[in-house]
Design a protein around this ligand. Structure first.
Ligand code: NAD
Length: 264
């Protein structure tokens, strides 16, 4: 049996994104092994996932054919990386957004898996050539950049490393489609990927609107909830954008500046 027949996916990191990916893959019938380097963290993640899946089932919003309990039964937790990776054909990394942390975990993972195992990163904006620079066999590496949380927002950007094999992009595209996501392929890596660039333009324009509304004597600023799950999150224009610092900057301007610096 080839490793891709085993239907095991390993999720590395059991935070917000890792838990949501685990739910997505389990909804597609895959066995999911979650690993976190904080002892007990992945076990806690399963408790949280079980609660979420039961709530989704009650609200008739559960994805997939199986019941919530059947899906939870597909997910297991590990504090040991080698055990977590055993039998997996696909690895979805979801650790902190820090280049060194990602480079290090992919080095560890590569030592423990076969050459045909696909290594996929959830990074928000680190380009694949940096994330995978310490991996020896980079033809099986790519970024699968989700929108937070992937269980609810299906768009996922597939961003190749310059050495990524076309078959790896194809397999990942097929997998993502099979579990109900809406994958979009980028032909090559680019700073900010596509999604962040489009999102940055929307945020910048929305911020300009906030400023226009603020300067109008006839209009009150409106609260804009542009991207509920994004780090820049809810634009409470009425309360926050008027909180101007002595240097003329304010909370929202700084948030927008930080975000644009992060992605480019
Ligand atoms: P998080 O902080 O909620 O979770 C990170 C988890 O990784 C923690 O449980 C932590 O213990 C674990 N971890 C850290 N180092 C580890 C290691 N070496 N080995 C194993 N586990 C480790 O972070 P998150 O919001 O889930 O983000 C995860 C990734 O997804 C990041 O790269 C982030 O940029 C990306 N992402 C986040 C969002 C978002 O809006 N939150 C959206 C898209 C992509």
């Amino acid at each position: 049996m080839s490793s891709s027949d085993t239907k095991i996916i390993t999720v590395i990191g059991s935070g917000l994104i890792g838990r949501s990916w685990a739910m997505v893959f389990a909804s597609g019938g895959y066995s999911v092994k979650i690993y976190d380097n904080q002892p007990g963290q992945s076990t806690k993640a399963i408790v949280e996932i079980k609660k979420q899946l039961q709530e989704l089932e009650d609200a008739q919003m559960l994805r997939g054919e199986a019941t919530a309990l059947q899906q939870v039964a597909l997910i297991s937790s590990y504090d040991d990386l080698s055990q977590a990776l055993e039998g997996a054909f696909f690895v979805q990394e979801c650790v902190f957004e820090q280049l060194e942390v990602k480079q290090s975990i992919f080095q560890d993972i590569e030592r423990l898996v076969g050459k045909d195992v696909i290594l996929s990163s959830s990074t928000s904006c680190l380009v694949p050539s940096n994330v995978f620079s310490k991996v020896q066999n980079r033809s099986r590496c790519l970024v699968s950049h989700p929108v937070n949380p992937p269980y609810y927002v299906k768009l996922v950007e597939l961003v190749p490393h310059p050495e990524t094999a076309p078959a790896v992009m194809d397999t990942t595209h097929t997998l993502m489609t099979k579990v109900g996501q809406a994958p979009v392929r980028l032909r090559k890596e680019i700073d900010g990927f596509a999604l962040n660039r489009v999102q940055a333009a929307i945020i910048a324009e929305s911020w300009r609107l906030v400023q226009i509304f603020q300067s109008s004597p006839l209009r009150k600023p409106v609260p804009l909830d542009l991207s509920r799950w994004h780090p820049i999150s809810t634009f409470c224009a009425e309360e926050e954008s008027t909180n101007t610092e002595p240097d003329g900057k304010n909370w929202l301007t700084e948030k927008v500046d930080d975000y644009c610096c992060d992605i480019y």
